[in-house]
Design a protein around this ligand. Structure first.
Ligand code: 13P
Length: 263
């Protein structure tokens, strides 16, 4: 396996967790780990995606960390700008708060909140217009995988955003492949299966854009300290989007170390 020139990303998706006191403890522990066992910035991008409520807290608390840790929003409105849209947070408002990164299309948004192609494209477009980097999530369900449709589904999800992402804007897109059946189940895709899908995604991206060869493709779905090294060893796996294990500072740090040291 050849060494990748793509700097890996390890991003913790806290989802609708944790309460304030735990968040503060988690961040303090993580900062301490970064101090004691540093991970060079050029070896790995690091990000934390807390709830909207905690974005500013995470940003403030990580401001004096030993190295940059990006604050990532878990979602963004399909409506741009400002206005009478109760409950929404636009890309412009995120940017105004210094948030430079956002997840779009997480399977929990697609499945539980019925985010569909048009809404997701609007979110991607708004985020890019506001200068944000988008971590665009794709992934098939168990039924789709068992029906042999995994690749078609995932490649279609990627093609969907080509309607709104053009030219150098592809340079502001990171892909996260998260097979739905592996999320929160403890069931990880085998490194071989994950690599096979990542290679297909890479081929698809190369057909869409000259940036395709250099775009980071993250894996998500039950990533933990115990499986991070073998996932990191796969040539087309350029990082991880980590759910449950990111709520433990030590596990999250171990995963980041695995990617920083293996790539
Ligand atoms: P788990 O790591 O808890 O499986 O969650 C993955 C995920 O959905 C990250 O976005």
């Amino acid at each position: 396996m050849s060494a990748s020139t793509i700097t890996p990303w390890v991003v913790g998706n806290w989802k609708m967790n944790p309460v304030q006191a735990q968040a503060q403890q988690l961040l303090n522990e993580f900062k301490q780990l970064l101090q004691n066992s540093p991970i060079a910035q050029e070896k790995c991008h690091l990000g934390i995606a807390p709830t909207m409520l905690a974005l500013s807290t995470v940003q403030a608390q990580m401001a004096d960390a030993a190295r940059p840790v990006y604050t990532v929003a878990q979602d963004v409105s399909r409506i741009a700008g400002t206005g009478a849209y109760t409950g929404e947070v636009s890309a412009e408002l995120l940017a105004d708060h210094g948030v430079g990164y956002v997840l779009v299309g997480h399977s929990e948004r697609r499945e539980i909140f019925a985010d569909q192609r048009d809404q997701l494209n609007a979110k991607v477009q708004n985020a890019l217009n506001a200068g944000l980097t988008v971590i665009y999530c794709v992934g098939e369900s168990l039924a789709q995988r068992e029906a042999g449709q995994a690749e078609v589904v995932v490649l279609q999800q990627i093609c969907d955003i080509a309607a709104v992402v053009t030219g150098d804007a592809w340079g502001k897109i990171v892909i996260a492949y998260e097979p739905i059946w592996a999320i929160g189940t403890g069931k990880t895709a085998s490194p071989e299966d994950a690599q096979a899908m990542h290679a297909k995604i890479r081929e698809g991206l190369k057909q869409l854009t000259p940036h395709g060869a250099n775009m980071a493709i993250l894996y998500g779905g039950s990533v933990k300290a115990e499986n991070a090294v073998e996932l990191a060893a796969c040539p087309d796996i350029n990082g991880a989007l980590v759910g449950g294990a990111s709520l433990n500072a030590d596990s999250f740090h171990q995963i980041a170390l695995a990617f920083a040291n293996t790539k």
